[in-house]
Design a protein around this ligand. Structure first.
Ligand code: VTB
Length: 327
C-alpha cells in the first residue's frame, strides 16, 4: 500500500474516536456507535482506494453503513486505478464503555490486500491471545491450567505474577474458576476483548493474556494486530444460539472444531492496523478536548514496513492560538 493511503487509515480511526468521544457518558451506546460509524465511513470514502468492507457493522440488510461488502473509497467512482483493499472495522469497540465513560473504548481499523482478512461470521469465538513472549507457548487445545503455566514459564515468573483478562460474563464461570485455581490473577472487564488482546501483546501494560469467548469479528481485528506485534491469537467459532449455528452453515463454516490461528484470521502480507483511544485505557489515552484543539492517541502499525507507531496528534482548530503542551 502506498504511504499516503496508509496514513489515511490513521486519520480514519482518529476522526471516529473524536466523534465517539464527544458523546462519552451520554448513556446512549447506539448513538455513540452511530456517530463513529458515520465518521469512519465518510473518511474512508475520501481515500484513494477500491476498498471493500469484510468485517463491519453487519450484513447489508441489517446495517445501512459499513455493511459487509460495502464498497468504499474513490476508486469505485473515479477513473484512476487505485489499489484494491479489504477493510475490517470496529468504529467503536466498547460502545457501553463509551456510553458510561469507562476505560478502554477504542476506534479500530485493519486493512490488507484483497483476501488478507477473514470474512468471519458475526458469531462468538473462543479466544486465547498472547504477545510475542508467550506466542509459541499456548494452544486452545491445551487446558487452561496448562496454558497459564506455560505463559508463566515464558515470562519466567510465577503464575501469581500474571494477569489474565476475561470478559465478565456468565458463560465464563468455568474459565474464571479454572484461572483462579491455576493461581493467576484476573482482570474482569465488562467489554472490549479486542483492546485487552492488544494490551496483552505490549510489554508494560501489566496484561499477559486475554482468554474467553467474545465476538469473532473482534477476533479477526485482534489477529491483524497480532501479525503486526508478533503476538499470537487462536480462535474457535462458537455459535451460542440457534441462529448463529444456521449462519455458520449458510456461510460454509462446517468444521466446528477448527482452530484458527493468527495467520488464518489475518493472512495478508500488507496489513495496516490503526486504533485510536476514545476513553483512557491500558495502552492508549482517550480523546482530550480543550479550547482551540483536540488531542488523540493512537497505535498505528504496518506489517509490510514493520513499523509500530504510537501517534500523539494535536488537532488545532483554525486560527487557534493553542500552545502545544508536552504531554
Ligand atoms: C464481544 C467482545 C467485544 O462485546 O463481542 C462483546 O468481543 C459482546 O459480548 O469486545 P456479549 O454478547 O456477551 O455482550 C465487546 O465486549 C464490545 O464490543
Amino acid at each position: 500500500m502506498e504511504s499516503s493511503l496508509e496514513i489515511g487509515f490513521l486519520r480514519v480511526t482518529e476522526k471516529a474516536a473524536i466523534a465517539a468521544a464527544r458523546t462519552m457518558g451520554y448513556g446512549k451506546r447506539k448513538y455513540s456507535d452511530q456517530v463513529a460509524v458515520e465518521s469512519m465511513r465518510e473518511e474512508l470514502n475520501r481515500l484513494k482506494m477500491r476498498g471493500t468492507v469484510v468485517i463491519g457493522e453487519g450484513e447489508r440488510d441489517k446495517a445501512p453503513m459499513l455493511y459487509v461488502g460495502e464498497p468504499l473509497g474513490r476508486g469505485w467512482t473515479e477513473g484512476e486505478i487505485y489499489p484494491e483493499v479489504d477493510i475490517a472495522v470496529d468504529p467503536l469497540e466498547g460502545t457501553n464503555l463509551c456510553a458510561t465513560g469507562s476505560a478502554n473504548a477504542i476506534a479500530v481499523l485493519a486493512a490488507s490486500e484483497k483476501g488478507g482478512l477473514l470474512n468471519a461470521p458475526d458469531v462468538y469465538m473462543d479466544k486465547i491471545v498472547v504477545g510475542p513472549t508467550a506466542a509459541d507457548f499456548v494452544s486452545l487445545k491445551s487446558s487452561v491450567q496448562e496454558n497459564v503455566s506455560r505463559i508463566a514459564d515464558a515470562f519466567q515468573r510465577d503464575v501469581d505474577e500474571l494477569t489474565i483478562v476475561v470478559l465478565d460474563r456468565e458463560r465464563h464461570h468455568d474459565l474464571i474458576a479454572q484461572i483462579r485455581e491455576s493461581g493467576a490473577r484476573i482482570k474482569l472487564i465488562t467489554d472490549g476483548d479486542l483492546s485487552a488482546g492488544i494490551a496483552a501483546a505490549v510489554r508494560g501494560t501489566g496484561i499477559h493474556a486475554a482468554m474467553g469467548i467474545g465476538g469473532a469479528p473482534e477476533g479477526v481485528l485482534t489477529a491483524a494486530a497480532m501479525r503486526c506485534l508478533n503476538g499470537r491469537m487462536q480462535g474457535k467459532l462458537k455459535p451460542l444460539e440457534k441462529w448463529q449455528e444456521e449462519r455458520l452453515k449458510s456461510m460454509g463454516y462446517l468444521d466446528g472444531e477448527r482452530i484458527y490461528d493468527t495467520g488464518d484470521l489475518a493472512s495478508g502480507n500488507d496489513i495496516i492496523f490503526s486504533a485510536t483511544g476514545v476513553t483512557d485505557g491500558d495502552l492508549l489515552r482517550g480523546v482530550r478536548f480543550f479550547g482551540g484543539g483536540i488531542r488523540t492517541s493512537s497505535l498505528f502499525m504496518s506489517l509490510k514496513t514493520n513499523t509500530i507507531r504510537f501517534v500523539d496528534t494535536i488537532w488545532r482548530e483554525e486560527g487557534s492560538k493553542l500552545a502545544v503542551s508536552f504531554a
